[in-house]
Design a protein around this ligand. Structure first.
Ligand code: DX5
Ligand code: ZN
Length: 217
């Protein structure tokens, strides 16, 4: 099944809870939550208290994308705040295997994210242990950027790698996805689609429904 993961980075933070409820009611299956520390990426976004406050607003999958240095330091805190799925960047973990293990020990789903220029070999040995691989289709740090075209063949390559091993690992794609290019992204093999500006610019309910129509077709 294809799922939509609206990124709340592009939400109106003054109405955050309300908008998360609206996304839920419109049928988006995930809430994509971008945590940034100003070190791994230039921006600082929000952290555990915001996630904790949003938790009562929706039972959808809280998909926490950690763009922070050494995220292993905070796994139990994000679990306690209400994360269902925690994704860490291969580039930000000295001990990626240990960090993934600690996410699994919390009983959560574990994802590994790769920046555009990071080769797929970074997940070669850990693929069997993870529930999801997140392919960044922009350089992380900001919403509203343009998808980098070479990430499309990268998605296709990852899908091949997953199928060749008989795995069911989810492929999430994040950055610059819109109603015009989402079909190409799915055709390449992605099944969890992150969209920030394309959901929140304009009517978020209408945009969510448009995405879901394409995802379900
Ligand atoms: C980028 C974040 C994305 C971002 C996507 O660093 O990880 O989740 O919010 O926003 P759009 O869809 O606008 O590129
Ligand atoms: Zn993200």
């Amino acid at each position: 099944m294809n799922c939509l993961a609206p990124s709340i980075l592009s939400a109106d933070f003054a109405k955050l809870g309300e908008q998360v409820r609206e996304l839920d009611e419109a049928g988006a299956q995930y809430v994509h939550i971008d945590v940034m520390d100003g070190m791994f990426v230039p921006s600082i976004s929000f952290g555990m208290p915001v996630i904790r406050s949003l938790r009562p607003c929706s039972d959808r999958i809280f998909d926490v994308h950690l763009m922070i240095e050494e995220p292993g330091r905070y796994i139990s805190e994000f679990a306690a705040a209400g994360a269902d799925l925690i994704t860490v960047h291969a580039e930000s973990c000295k001990h990626l295997d240990r960090t993934v293990e600690s996410i699994k020990e919390m009983g959560l789903l574990a994802g590994v994210a790769l920046n555009p220029a990071t080769p797929l070999s970074a997940v070669e040995y850990i693929l069997e242990k993870v529930d999801m691989v997140l392919i960044m289709s922009v350089n992380p740090g900001f919403g509203g950027q343009k998808l980098i075209p070479y990430t499309i063949p990268k998605i296709r390559q990852l899908k091949k790698m997953i199928d060749a091993r008989g795995l069911k690992t989810d492929i999430e794609v994040d950055g610059g996805v819109n109603l015009e290019n989402v079909t190409e992204v799915m055709d390449a093999g992605a099944n969890i689609i992150v969209a920030g500006s394309a959901v929140f610019q304009g009517d978020l309910v209408e945009n969510t429904q448009r995405f879901l129509d394409i995802l379900n077709s």
